[in-house]
Write a protein that binds this ligand. Structure first.
Ligand code: ADP
Ligand code: ZN
Length: 652
């Protein structure tokens, strides 16, 4: 067994490296620089923790982990200590004597990993400590977590990260590993440049998260839809609900509480202590739903978040993917559920248009929003689209009778009697709304052209742009006061789309906004009242010319009832257990809660649900039978083995 593998097994209690972990770990142990792009939950931490331990064992000294968040440092260090690794952090939560103590242990080589925020690392005091270690060959590795914070295109830009570039020169020869879950090309280039990682080996994992089910629905009554979603599919589960504004967070949290759900608000407008308290409860208690703006989440590594719901649309796919990626880190089934509507599209467009960013920057933002809109409007596999955005292609649906045909060597076309399904070539994941319940599609090209020509004519006739209600009135032939006031009932397009329901036209407009055929302009009236108007944009031309068709999903209620049977078990991890094992699982959870409270750590830092479920299933009767359970390293067996056996025997 290689040293890395021994550490994986003995310290962390895992049998095998996942995906590219083994290569990354070997490369870094060997002294190479690395840039690691791995989705949330992929297992980035081990990529530097194992090299840190192995290099320390080889007498090379300490690993410094640069991490942007205090909460994250606390829990990661707690988890390492539980596994018997000498780890510490330096941050503002330590008082002066505690700080001095950590610094002393650092200087004396007693630590294997030290976590610190970038601004701490850049202090002269800290750098001098590092100089001393470096001079004695006791600086083993730098790990830069959440490395996308270096990029100003990213959503978590931290200017301090830019200064980390100097580590390359000042500590030449010390390997550096940078890790992130954000992978688009712009951010990647920024990380290489901003962190001086030109010589680093790039490790890109698949960004697929097969256990997450993606669902995007039309927004009708957000609260009722959210309550139905949680009530039917996630009662008692931990989850995150993302909203766009503080006000909305407050409203939603209150409404959920009113419905008996343990929901807590989180946004930048709340006092810091309250935010902290809510985050702690979310991390430490079972089944808390946090309702938050995007201020919440970076570094939240709670593994058993069962759903992430977006009741407002995020700004781009990177943000959406990061946020949804917080669901199901433990690999068990989880949901990413979003509702979005025309107002979301209009709002996001306008926020970009009216922001004071440079035009070049706005163009980038618009492109990113368009990609997200296309995802939301898609009638084909969501996962395929998400992965395509990150440069990955997904395999097409495996044909159920393909292996038989290959086995007998027959020509597929003749063997299939000419009934080959053409849809075989389209990507299919089997775990998104569109794959599970392919939506009925209708051709909205005619409606789209009628809307576009109306926008054009209205503008030509009056020189003014109008809102969507007005435009739809014209197309549907509703002679409202306003329509008559402007003489729009005399336009040639008046009532040309009388056959369409308002909801259909709305869907068409959303689609037209999504593909840049229609733009949004905010108009302020004399009285100061402002409203959004629609204008023709560059993407209108191919639709008007009949070069592009507009396909839309039929607005039917999603057939979600069928999914109810999916989860009857009390917890996803225990879903497969028989009744006796269920009972042991529940007892083990209660025991774990006591230990977690005593250690002031989240429960999952002590043991994951999956580990407890594995113990409950095996029902160990002796210390030997604890060996080889996933997540049970030797240190944890030593510390908790006896208690675990006792709980399984039915003792408290
Ligand atoms: P990331 O930082 O990439 O989001 P983490 O490092 O938090 O992911 O790992 C996600 C989860 O997967 C953690 O609970 C971790 O313990 C688990 N994990 C990581 N590597 C392995 C492995 N090789 N075998 C089993 N579980 C693993
Ligand atoms: Zn799919």
């Amino acid at each position: 067994m290689s040293p890395a593998h021994s550490v994986l097994h003995d310290v962390f209690g895992y049998e095998q490296f996942r995906g590219p972990q083994a290569d990354i770990v070997e490369h870094v142990i060997g002294g190479g620089d690395a840039l690691v792009l791995m989705p949330t939950g992929g297992g980035k931490s081990l990529c530097y923790q194992i090299p840190a331990i192995v290099r320390q064992q080889a007498g090379r000294g300490i690993t410094v982990v640069v991490s942007p968040l205090i909460a994250l440092m606390h829990d990661q260090v707690g988890a390492l200590r539980e596994a018997g690794v000498a780890a510490a952090f330096l941050n503002s939560t330590l008082d002066w004597p505690q700080t001095l103590d950590v610094e002393r242990r650092l200087a004396q080589g007693e630590l294997t990993l030290l976590y610190a925020a970038p601004e701490r690392v850049m202090t002269e005091r800290f750098l001098e400590l590092l100089d001393g270690l470096h001079a004695r060959g006791q600086l083993a590795l730098f790990a830069i977590d959440e490395a996308h914070c270096v990029s100003q295109w990213g959503h978590d830009f931290r200017p301090e990260y830019r200064q980390l570039a100097m580590l390359a020169g000042r500590y030449a020869g010390v390997p550096r590993i940078a890790l992130t879950a954000t992978a688009d090309a712009l951010t990647r280039a920024d990380m290489v440049e901003g962190l001086q990682l030109q010589a680093a080996r790039l490790f890109i994992s698949s960004f697929d998260r097969p256990n997450i089910r993606y669902t995007i629905e039309e927004k009708k009554e957000p609260l009722a839809q959210l309550l139905r979603f949680i009530g039917q599919e996630h009662a008692g589960d931990a989850g995150i609900v993302y909203c766009q504004s503080r006000k909305r967070v407050e409203e939603m949290a209150q409404a959920l509480q009113g419905a008996g759900i343990a929901a807590l608000p989180y946004h930048a407008g709340l006092p810091a202590e309250m935010r902290q308290a809510h985050q702690d409860r979310f991390l430490r208690e079972d089944g808390v739903v946090i309702v938050a703006t995007i201020a919440f989440g970076m570094g939240i590594d709670k593994p058993d978040v069962r759903f992430v719901a977006h009741v407002d649309m995020p700004k781009n796919i990177e943000g959406y993917y990061q946020e949804t990626g917080r669901a199901g880190r433990d690999g068990l089934p989880a949901d990413a559920w979003m509702i979005y509507g025309l107002a979301d599209v209009v709002n996001q467009r306008r926020m970009i248009d009216e922001g004071d960013a440079a035009e070049e920057f706005k163009a980038v933002l618009r492109g990113k929003l368009d990609a997200l809109l296309a995802l939301a409007e898609a009638t084909d596999c969501r996962r395929a689209r998400l992965l395509a955005y990150f440069g990955e292609t997904m395999a097409p649906r495996p044909s159920s009778n393909a292996p038989a045909r290959r086995a007998d060597g027959a020509d597929p076309a003749s063997a299939g009697g000419g009934n080959e399904e053409h849809s075989q070539a389209t990507p299919w994941c089997g775990n998104c709304d569109n794959c599970l319940h392919p939506p009925a599609v209708w051709d909205g090209t005619d409606a789209a052209r009628k809307l576009l020509s109306t926008i054009y004519r209205v503008h030509q006739a009056s020189g003014l742009a109008f809102g969507m209600g007005h435009l739809m009135d014209i197309v549907r032939g509703t002679a409202s006061d306003k329509v008559r006031q402007f003489g729009h009932d005399r336009l040639s397009t008046f009532s040309v789309g009388a056959q369409y329901a308002e909801s259909q036209l709305r869907a068409v407009l959303r689609q037209l906004l999504a593909r840049g055929a229609v733009g949004v302009q905010r108009v302020t009236l004399d009285g100061g009242r402002a409203f959004d108007t629609l204008t023709l944009a560059a993407g209108a031309r191919p639709v008007l010319r009949g070069e592009q068709s507009v396909l839309l999903r039929e607005a039917t209620a999603a057939p979600r009832g069928a999914r109810k049977s999916r989860r009857q078990a009390p917890a996803a991890a225990a879903a497969q257990l028989g009744p006796d094992a269920q009972a042991r699982f529940i007892n083990l959870k209660a025991w774990r809660a006591t230990v977690a409270r005593e250690h002031n750590l989240p429960a999952y830092v002590i043991f994951h649900d999956t580990t407890l479920a594995a113990i409950a299933e095996r029902n160990p009767g002796s210390p030997d039978e604890l060996q080889g359970i996933q997540g049970l390293g030797s240190k944890k067996i030593e510390a908790y083995g006896a208690q675990v056996l006792q709980v399984c025997r039915g003792g408290g």
